[in-house]
Design a binder for this molecule. Sequence first.
Ligand code: C5P
Length: 471
Amino acid sequence: MASITIRNLDEATKQLLRERAAHNGRSMEEEVRHLLRDSTQAPVSFPAEPAAASGSPEIFDPLELDGKRILLIITGGIAAYKCLDLIRRLRERGASVRPVMTEGARAFITPLVVGALANDKVFLELFSREDEQDVGHIRLARECDLVLVAPATADFIAKMALGLANDLASTIVLASNRPLLVAPAMNPIMWAAPALQRNMQQLRADGVHVIGPMRGEMAESGEAGTGRMAEPLDIVAAVRGLLAGTPGTIKGPLAGKRAIVTSGPTHEPIDPVRYIANRSSGKQGHAIAAALAALGAQVTLVSGPVTIADPAGVTTLHVETAREMLDAVEQLLPTDIAVMVAAVADWRASGAAGEKIKKKPGKAPPPLQLTENPDILKTVGHHAKRPALVVGFAAETQNLIDNARGKLQRKGADWIVANDVSPAKGVMGGDRNHVRIVSRSGVEDWPEMDKTSVAARLAQKIADRFETTEV
Ligand code: C5P
């Protein structure tokens, strides 16, 4: 019988165990016993935990990934610790997880913990006689339904973009003909670096699916920005979506149609640390992008700063300001469909300060001068390359239908989806929505439903419109 001494585990694993044990109110020894027991019993059951960033409740079908084989490549970032939860989430839904770890990954978490959670051998070396005899890198690359790289470091992304094959993980990626999903995680400055963004463009052009990274606090103290790995439950949702049918290749009613969707708020800087924003969560816009993709459209989502995951099967461009959003949208034209859901800030601070504005004792607060932002919907609605169908949103707190009719006219839209965002309705940031579709032919009042249902119904209405008329 083997025994594990917690004292002998590496520091990163011990810290992780400490956090998990504290979270679950157990001693570290009890936590290890739970981890090992849970990983060796199938189907696995776990205590309830807080929902993921997307707010999804912890209710799932234990067979939703039944029999699916996920090859999980863990590369060397601090977010590697989240993989332990990811493995658990995949397995509790019926998937098997075969882990591959790069040398860097082993600096953050140990193969012992990964193997225990995955209940499988952890593959480490390209030139290991034992590993090659067991399975071999070509079989590893093929004997799976999906290859998932989480976390994907800047270095590994660069290797993938170049097609390098100098360790087991990169060789598998190159040798695989399975859908490939990567979850980047890195420092925000690395994520924004032109070289990294070039590599990401290459991966997308090569058909690699990307989830995240997200905005928020980084594991390193004091660091924040875009770079956090997507939450495990959101990665699981992306895996499920990809295995259900690779989006973009779906032969749905919108196959062959290109769509742009804008989503989320914009952030308009006042100085390097302050900005003007609004309460938009991006939930409705992201759901619409996913719903259009599910009907076969090739969708580019232009998202302002949000904390929810990029939808799977959709190319997501991340922007901060209204002007960046307009630039991104104009570069994507012409398309067949544009659905402008973003809550774009109407104004920005005139001449944002280059340095943080200091509070001066005894002096009046600095004045805030505002300049009008470009209206993206209006620009698209009157564009020389206007999409055949332009849909706008109208978030109003009064005179909903009259205001929506005015926008239809002024902005050159075909439909306006009007919703009441009075605080009592809880629409902004919430999960449900009650919308009216305002067009030149009248108003459709849809019942209140969750935002994914609104998205599915709107996508179907768009598909119907393309089927029945020459738009
Ligand atoms: O004028 P209002 O902001 O209410 O219009 C809402 C609609 O216009 C939404 O579809 C929103 O995405 C779009 N919009 C825009 N650019 C702006 C303001 C709003 O695209 N600057």
